[in-house]
Write a protein that binds this ligand. Sequence first.
Ligand SMILES: NC(=O)c1ccc[n+]([C@@H]2O[C@H](COP(=O)([O-])OP(=O)(O)OC[C@H]3O[C@@H](n4cnc5c(N)ncnc54)[C@H](OP(=O)(O)O)[C@@H]3O)[C@@H](O)[C@H]2O)c1
Length: 326
Amino acid sequence: MGGSESLPKVSLTTDRVVLVTGGNTGIGYETAKWIAMRGARVIIACRSEERAKSAIERMQNEFKMEKSKGALGLCSSETLALEFMTLDLSSLRSVETFINNFKAKEPKLHVLLCNAGIGLHEQNYTEDGFEIMFQVNYLAHFLLVAKLLPLMLNSGEDCRLIFVSSEAHRTSSFDLDKAQGKHHTKENFKRLMYYGNSKLYQIMQMYCLNRRLQVANLTVNSLHPGLVNTEINRNFDDMKCLSCCFRLGGSLGMIKTPFHGAKTSISAAVNPQFKDTRDAYYIDMRIGRPNNLARDQRKQEALWKYSVDCLKDFLKEEDLQYLEKP
Ligand SMILES: NC(=O)c1ccc[n+]([C@@H]2O[C@H](COP(=O)([O-])OP(=O)(O)OC[C@H]3O[C@@H](n4cnc5c(N)ncnc54)[C@H](OP(=O)(O)O)[C@@H]3O)[C@@H](O)[C@H]2O)c1
C-alpha cells in the first residue's frame, strides 16, 4: 500500500462542497483532510465542538507538513477550506437543527459522506427510543440524506452520496420486528449482530435510493474501509479478547492505519473514474459484492417503509415526494 501518491489524481476547487459526518477522528478525519488537500471545501459534522476544532487545527498543521515534504497533488492555497458544524446523530432533534443550519448557509452540496458510526455498542437506547447503533449508524443518516437530497439534486454535475458500511454486514440478521433488540436483556444483547444490522441497512438504503433517484447527477454508493486502527474500539473495550486482538493487530501492522482506511472513502468521493458508478460496494477502492441479504429487493423495501415510519415525526410531505418509489 502506497502513500498519498496512491490517492486519486484530482484537482478540486472550493466551489465543491463536501460534508463528512464524524470527520474529527479516524477514517473520517483522514477522508476530510485529504479531500480538503485536493482543494474542496470540507465541512465536518461532529458532536463535539472541542474535538472538531482541535481536529481542524491538526489537519492544517499536517497540510503544512505535507507541503514542506513536497507531496504531490496538494491544493495551492495557504490553508485548507475546512469548517465544523454541530451534529449529534443520537438525537433526531439535533439532526433536524443541523439540517436547518446547513440549508440556511449552503446553497449546494456535492458530496455527502455518511461516515460517523459507533461499533459494537452495548445495549442502549437514544432519546428517540431507538437502539443506539441503529440510530447513529443508520436512521439519523437516513433523515440527513432525505432532507439534503433536494440540495444535492440541484447542485449540478457529479454529486455523490456515500455510506461507510462494513463487512460486518455479513454478521447481520434481518427481522424488523426485532430491529430494536428490545426482546434482549443487556446480558444477551448481540452487539456484533446489531452493529452488522446497522451496516446492512446502509447498503440496503443505497439500493433503495438509486432505485428512486433515476437522475444523472447523483449517485449513491457504499463501502467497507477495511479493518482500521481507529477509536472504533472504544465501545468494546470491555470485550477483552476482541479489543486485545484489535490493539495487537494495530501494533503489528495487520490492521490498516486511518489513512489507508480512508483511501476507499476518498476514492469513492472524488475519483473521476467513479463519476457514474452507482450501487457499488467498494472494498479497497474496487467494487466488491455485498451479501445476498443486502441485495434482496423485497427486504430493502420493507426496511425503507420501516425507516420512513420511524421518522414520521420528522419527514414532511415535501420530503416524501423525493422518497417515493418510481
Ligand atoms: N475501524 C474499522 O475497522 C471499521 C471497519 C468497518 C467500518 N467502519 C466504519 O467506519 C466509520 C468510521 O469509523 P472509525 O473507524 O473512523 O471510528 P472512530 O474513530 O470511532 O470515528 C467515528 C466517528 O463517528 C463519530 N460519532 C460517533 N457517534 C456520533 C454521534 N452520536 N453523532 C455524531 N458523530 C458521532 C465520532 O465522533 P466522536 O469523536 O465525538 O466520538 C467519530 O468522529 C464508521 O461508520 C464505522 O462503522 C470502521
